[in-house]
Design a protein around this ligand. Sequence first.
Ligand code: NAD
Ligand code: ZN
Ligand code: ZN
Length: 344
Amino acid sequence: MRAYVFSEWQRKAELREVPIPEPGHGEVLIRIGGAGVCHSDLHIMHDWTPESFPPASFWSLPFTLGHENAGWIESGDIPPGLEKGSAVVVSPTWSCGVCSSCKLGDTNYCDVETVVAGGLGRDGGFAEYMVAPANCLVPLKTLEPWQAAPLTDAGLTSYHAVKRCLPKLTPDTSAVVIGVGGLGHLAVEFLRELSGARIIAIDRDEKALAIARDRGADVCLKSDDSTGEAVRDATAGLGAIAVLDFVGIDSTMLLATQIVRRRGEIVIVGMGGGVLPFQNGLIPYGCSLTYTLGGSTRELTEIVALAENGRILPHIERCRLDDIEDVYRRLHDNAISGRAVVIP
Ligand code: NAD
Ligand code: ZN
Ligand code: ZN
C-alpha cells in the first residue's frame, strides 16, 4: 500500500510503498476512510528534534504520518459490539490503561511516556490501512469516517481546552480564541454549544475569521498591534476569563497575558515554540497557565455525540493522498479553510 512516511528529522516525509501492517494482541487493522492534516505535522517534519521536543525521543523513525484518523474495522482483536466494517474514529493519544492517570480517565495524560500513538511515533493514517489499539476506538453511528476524522484531534484537543475553562465561563464572561484554523474553529463551536460566554476570535487571516463568525464568534479581530486594546474594549475593560491560544508563539502568548482578566485561565495549545516570562506583575493575579495535550477517549465519545446530534460540524476540505505535499504547502501558507482531510 502507499503511505506518507517520515524517516529523518528536519526533512519532509515521502510517499512510499509499504506492506499492509498486521494487528497484534489487543489491536485492530483499520481501513482508513479519512485522515486529517494537522499543523503539528509541519512542526514534526521541519521544527522538532528529540532534543528540542523531548516527547519525540520515544518515537521510532521511520513511521507513517497522520494522527487524526477514522475508518472501518478490517480485522484483529475486534471488541465486542463491533464487527468487520464497523465505522470508528481513532483517538490521537494512546495510553497504557493501567496507570493512575488512565484509571482516572485522563488517558491523554497517561504516565507512561513510552506509549506513543499512530502518526506520532508509530505508523499513522496517511495510508490505506493502519493498526490501532482497540481501547482507543470510538464507534460512529451516522457520520462518515471522512467527516469524523477531524473530531479526533482538531475536535478533541480544542474540546479538552474548552472543558478546562467551563466552570468559569458564565454568560457574563468572555472567552478568546487565538488562531481559528483547524483546531480553533472547532473551539468556537464548543464554546457556543457548552457555554453562554461571549466568544472573541482572533486570527491574522480574514478567511479563518469568516469561518469563526459563521460558527458563532460574537467578535472577530484581525490580529495586529491594537488587538489587545480591542479585546479590552470588547470586554468593558476587564479582559477575558479564558484565553485559548492555538498558535503558541511569543507574541500570541504575550497577548494572552495582556487580555486575560484576574483569576482567568490561559490555555496554550499551539506548539509554535513560544516562550513566556512567568513574572510577578506580567500575568494578572490569580490566573492559571497551562499547556494541554489532546483530550481523553471519554471526551472523544462526547464530541462524536455532539457531531452526530448535529450540534457541531468541522469545516472540511477533502483531498487525495497523492496531493499530500501540496496540502502541507497550502497549510503552511494559510491557504486551507478549516481542516484538510486526506481520503486515501
Ligand atoms: P492551522 O494552521 O489549521 O491553524 C492555525 C491558525 O492560526 C490559522 O488560522 C492562522 O491564520 C492562525 N495564526 C497563525 N499565526 C497567527 C498569529 N500570529 N496571530 C493570530 N493568528 C495566527 O493549525 P492547527 O492544525 O489548528 O494547529 C494549531 C496549533 O496547535 C499548531 O501549533 C499545532 O501543532 C498545535 N496542536 C497542538 C495539539 C496539542 O495537543 N496541544 C494538538 C494538535 C495541534
Ligand atoms: Zn495534531
Ligand atoms: Zn496510562
